[in-house]
Ligand binder design. Structure first.
Ligand SMILES: O=P(O)(O)OC[C@H]1O[C@](O)(CO)[C@@H](O)[C@@H]1O
Length: 564
């Protein structure tokens, strides 16, 4: 049976259900009571999705028939489910607790994971305590993480999520953590702006250690080290001295230990991980845990691992979608995409500290599930995943929410917290600032679902010529996730939830969520342009002999060469 045939019952059900407005569904107390789920202090509210208990039953059927439970089992047991690259997908092993056993290729990888975590703990403690110093004996107070994609986005998300948590503030003291991702020299300039070279440590984050942008940025930073030290009278007279400088101020997280060594980083400064860790799932490896532990302390980041582990256990034990948060998130996402044919999704954290959550989810979800063939390599007759976008509330409300309410139908995901990391209680104000924020969190789902009718507008005496302009159709689906507060544990839970949602949706669509061949072509084509630039270093007129650019690209390149 094809996937689409598997969805036939759901499609019929949706056609029927679409006749009932969400406003009406929401008036059914019994329905609502069955669509709110709780696990480990996280509330998932699906009442504002265009679903009923029957929808969940039908989704359960699809999950079973699509092999979702087998997929989850294979992932957790280290089977090579990334078939196009012949790799296991074991980011769950990165947050497995000491003593657990996950075997792939005859090896219990949890032991290796904890060995590396132990090294990270020691190393970060030594940097934080000032035991490990820079070349001139100064404490390394600044860390610049060099990396892109999965070797950057998730770490910045976690850093932003935690940096205003009071405990994190106390732990960070006057430490700085910065990121250098883009090969745009402006990013380099901003990342190093105002930093004292003697107090700066660079961490080169690259699974492959071959990513063009990261490697050029790493060489630029190495050069910056040498030049900045020169300005202070410390001149490297030979390669040995450069190596020594690099060793004091650079370390790496990578799976490519040969190239890290060629770069000049000694083995004790390299924190390895494994090919079964996908880039966009690598924050749990040295890629994320090393810089974040230097910033906040290893024991603090251990809580982040534990939060994710709680969700892993929750999923691994699931026997039904009912009550299982990652399964529910995935199946509702699948329902909106494949059954309701909606092609985007707004992720709306009502928390400024989650300002980098959506950029990370964009890579996580769109690099994983933006695919066009199934596992067998056959062209799909359906679309996978959606365009993910979003901004923290309430900022987004003053930007793109107009479209959400009166333009296209976009399923929304509201993420909120009961307590603020930095509460403000102003004398004379009727509510706290966090309550003001959360007033919006609680009202937006109702506004989207219920809308405003012409009758209501008439009752409000809205002039007739404005009634259509002020009409809100409603019937727009959303879900809400409510956590108690944002801390390392809940940040781990949140990220693991979204990671698993992506993987489960991939199982439903019968695709490989763990490769990313679609990013390769652009990289290859950039090579020809790079060579062209190399041949035009001192020229202001373009010469296209020996190249295969089309005429449109030639015109643009000529302009560039003329004006650069
Ligand atoms: O960690 P690396 O190997 O430098 O790769 C960086 C990123 O580049 C990608 O391969 C996409 O180009 C991502 O999947 C990955 O996260």
């Amino acid at each position: 049976m094809s996937r689409k045939e598997l969805w036939a019952n759901l499609q019929k059900h949706e056609a029927e259900l679409s006749k009932t407005h969400l406003r009406t569904l929401l008036a059914d107390k019994q329905r609502n009571a069955h669509l709110v789920f709780e696990h480990d202090n996280i509330v998932l509210d699906l009442t504002h999705e265009k679903i009923t208990g029957q929808t969940l039953d039908l989704l359960e059927e699809v999950a079973v028939k699509s092999g979702v439970y087998e997929g989850v089992k294979k992932m957790f047991s280290g089977e090579k489910i990334n078939t196009t690259e012949g790799r296991a997908v074991l980011h769950v092993a990165l947050r497995a607790q000491k003593g657990e056993k996950i075997v792939t290729e005859g090896k219990n990888v949890v032991e290796d994971v904890h060995e590396t975590l132990h090294r990270i703990e020691n190393f970060s403690n030594q940097i934080r305590s000032g035991h490990l110093k820079g070349k001139t004996g100064r404490t390394l107070k600044n860390v610049v993480v060099i990396g892109i994609g999965g070797s950057y986005l998730s770490i910045e998300f976690v850093y932003e999520a935690l940096r205003s948590h009071p405990e994190a503030v106390a732990r960070a003291q006057d430490r700085k953590l910065r990121f250098l991702a883009n090969v745009d020299p402006i990013d380099f300039s901003r990342a190093t702006e105002g930093l004292c070279v003697e107090e700066t440590l660079f961490i080169i984050n690259s699974k492959t250690f071959t990513t063009a942008e990261t490697m050029l940025n790493a060489r630029t930073c190495r050069n910056w080290l040498i030049e900045q030290y020169k300005l202070k009278g410390v001149v490297c007279k030979n390669e040995e001295e450069v190596k020594d400088l690099v060793n004091h101020h650079m370390c790496a997280a990578s799976t490519n230990l040969t190239d890290t060594s060629k770069f000049g980083i000694s083995a004790e400064k390299v924190f390895g991980f494994w090919d079964w860790v996908g880039g966009r799932y690598s924050v749990w490896s040295a890629v994320g845990i090393l810089p974040l532990s230097i910033q906040f302390g290893y024991d603090y980041m251990d809580r982040f691992l534990k939060g994710a582990h709680s969700i892993d256990t929750h999923l691994a034990k699931a026997t039904s979608i009912k009550g299982n948060l990652p399964l529910l998130l995935a199946l509702v996402g699948f329902y909106n995409t494949s059954i309701k044919n909606l092609n985007s999704r707004a992720i709306l954290p009502y928390c400024q500290a989650l300002c980098k959550f959506v950029p990370h989810v964009q890579q996580l979800d769109m690099e994983s599930n933006g695919k066009r063939v199934n596992l067998a390599g056959q062209t799909l007759d359906y679309e996978c995943t959606v365009v993910n976008f979003g901004e923290p509330g309430t900022n987004g409300q003053h930007s793109f929410y107009q479209l959400l309410h009166q333009g296209r139908v976009v399923p929304c995901e509201f993420i909120g917290f009961c307590r603020s990391q930095r509460p403000v209680v102003l004398a004379g104000e009727p509510v706290t600032s966090h309550e003001e924020l959360m007033s919006n969190f609680f009202s937006q789902p109702d506004a989207l679902a219920c809308g405003k009718t012409i009758e209501e507008l008439k009752a409000e005496k809205v002039p007739e010529n404005l009634q259509n302009h002020k009409f809100f159709p409603g019937d727009r689906p959303s879900l809400s996730l409510l956590f108690t507060e944002l801390n390392p544990y809940t940040a781990g839970q949140l990220l693991a939830l979204y990671e698993h949602r992506t993987a489960i949706e991939g199982f439903l669509w019968d695709i490989n969520s763990f490769d990313q061949w679609g990013v390769e072509l652009g990289k290859v084509l950039a090579k020809q342009v790079r060579t062209f630039f190399q041949n035009h270093q001192d020229k202001s007129t373009a010469d296209f002999s020996g190249t295969t650019f089309n005429s449109a690209t030639e015109t643009l390149l000529s302009k560039f060469i003329q004006h650069k």
